[in-house]
Design a protein around this ligand. Structure first.
Ligand code: PMP
Length: 475
């Protein structure tokens, strides 16, 4: 064990990883990242620009990326499972997307006017996404859910929004209560109480509770959720529950909003809705839709999107929903989006990626069995999640079923073990997403999978040698 400690860990807070081989190896490899992190702290709160990038002793600073891989400023190479927070279904710097972006840049970045590509882009979305009759572009997923909720309120004349704990819909005010805190309905820091009071939270495993909520549906404008389940299926959502929700919403005039910001153009060419055959009223899109550049969209029924339409609003003598936005349907994002959707529209790359993800999940579970660690890797489509077994259940990683485990148990992860695992995977050339888990792109191939499996093996061994992980799997 090395005695090297992390200079970037706040003084007075002893780093639980102090003295471990893991931390020493991480620090040895990432000197330039460390220097940038220290400098960043002088201008950026905590030195970061996204909360999930707050990693101690410091996160990685990336220099460039290609396909399934990225390289940090110290020259280390990683198999990437962040996938641009899910935006990069085709991996980093896909040559076709790159060509479309280059051609777009040649024409200009902001016209302050309509452009032909926004029509092509919208038409592609309408062709691919079952619920899409009309489209409104935004600059991000947060803005897409913001607009979806505003349209729902304008359409129904109701205020309350029904959500499910742990489902993420961006950081706008209405989407904060009950995401990762305030499950009792209170307001998070910076959000007024009356906004939080408009949020209703229900349990995705409790159809009876849901039916009770819908007895007071006259105040509810919409229900919004991630249709694969919280955090891209970390807490799976039963399609039967969604079907029941569709029935209840139809009966009561509550609008159903699918947040397909991650799952859209990933789970299938038409998203989860095409896969499970339930069509929502509105769909929030972002990430893949804009081909790895900033952008988002709300798609849905014409009569709802008509609240953004000048003529339709004045014909009905109602106030139009106001929506400017400097970068709505930005022409370069449009070019990247069209090129991306064109490559994904027949679904072949998505199916192939799903198969690779299934192989990876199986192989990682084999590692867990061999290493005698009672965790499990699970997930659907091109996502994988790690169950870290906080209650010490007796499990078989290969047959682990997340549907029979409570949300709190699925999501309870010992923060220091998660951190140690992520750093260890970094040391062995893999960048996992923070939950921890990951998303594959169409560029992840056998070589990346093999490297990931061996990095996982070596990381678990490292954690054990450092006394950070015990063998818990019962034979
Ligand atoms: N919804 C979901 C399901 C997301 O995963 C995210 C982003 N991670 C958002 C909405 C917000 O999107 P953005 O970061 O583009 O604002």
């Amino acid at each position: 064990m090395s005695s090297k400690t992390a200079p970037n860990v706040p003084q007075g807070n002893a780093d639980p990883l102090a003295g471990t081989n893991l931390l020493a190896r991480y620090l040895e490899r990432t000197g330039r990242s460390e220097a940038l992190a220290l400098e960043a702290k002088t201008v950026l709160p905590s030195g970061v620009t996204h909360d999930s990038r707050h990693v101690l002793p410091h996160g990685l600073y990336i220099d460039h990326a290609s396909g399934p891989r990225k390289w940090d400023v110290d020259g280390n190479e990683y198999v990437d499972y962040y996938g641009g927070h899910g935006a990069l279904m085709l991996g980093h710097n896909d040559p076709d997307i790159r060509a479309a972006i280059d051609a777009g840049l040649d024409r200009g970045t902001q016209f302050g006017a309509g452009h032909a590509d926004e029509i092509v882009w919208a038409r592609k979305i309408i062709e691919m996404v079952p619920s899409a009759e009309r489209v409104r572009f935004t600059s991000s997923g947060t803005e897409a859910t913001l607009m979806a909720v505003r349209l729902a309120r304008a359409f129904t004349g109701r205020n309350k929004i029904l959500r499910f704990p742990g489902h993420y819909h961006g950081w706008q005010d209405d989407m904060t209560t009950g995401y990762r805190s305030h499950f009792n309905g209170g307001a998070v820091s910076g959000v007024p109480d009356p906004v939080a009071a408009n949020t209703l939270l229900a349990d995705v495993r409790d159809i009876r509770g849901l039916q009770a909520v819908f007895k007071h549906a006259e105040d509810i404008a919409a229900v919004i959720f991630e249709p694969l389940g919280a955090a891209t299926g970390q807490v799976p959502m039963d399609p039967e529950f969604i079907a029941e929700l569709r029935t209840l919403t139809h009966q009561t005039g509550v609008l159903m909003i699918f947040d397909e910001v991650v799952t859209g153009f990933r789970v299938s060419a038409g998203g989860v809705q095409a896969k499970i055959g339930v069509t929502p009223d509105l769909t929030a899109l972002a990430k893949i839709v804009a081909g790895g550049l900033p952008g988002g969209a709300v798609a849905g029924k014409k009569d709802i999107l008509d609240h953004l339409d000048f003529a339709a609003s004045s014909a009905k003598d109602r106030e139009k929903v106001y929506h400017p936005g400097t970068f709505n349907a930005n022409p370069v994002s449009a070019a990247a989006g069209i090129a991306t959707l064109s490559k994904l529209s027949d679904g072949k790359l998505l199916t192939a990626t799903d198969h690779k993800a299934a192989t990876l999940r199986t192989s990682l579970n084999t590692v867990l069995r061999e290493q005698k660690v009672a965790w499990a890797v699970y997930g659907k489509s091109s996502a994988f999640h790690l169950f870290m077994n906080p209650n010490g259940r007796t499990i078989d990683p290969d047959t682990f079923d997340p549907n029979v485990v409570d949300q709190s148990e699925l999501t309870a992860k010992p923060a220091e073990t998660v951190r140690a695992l992520r750093l260890a995977m970094n040391v062995h050339g893999v960048d996992l997403s923070g939950w921890p888990g990951g998303l594959l792109s169409s560029t992840h191939g056998d070589k990346e999978l093999a490297e990931t499996v061996s990095a996982f093996t070596m990381s678990l061994e490292m954690l054990k040698e450092d006394g950070l992980l015990a063998e818990t799997l019962k034979a």
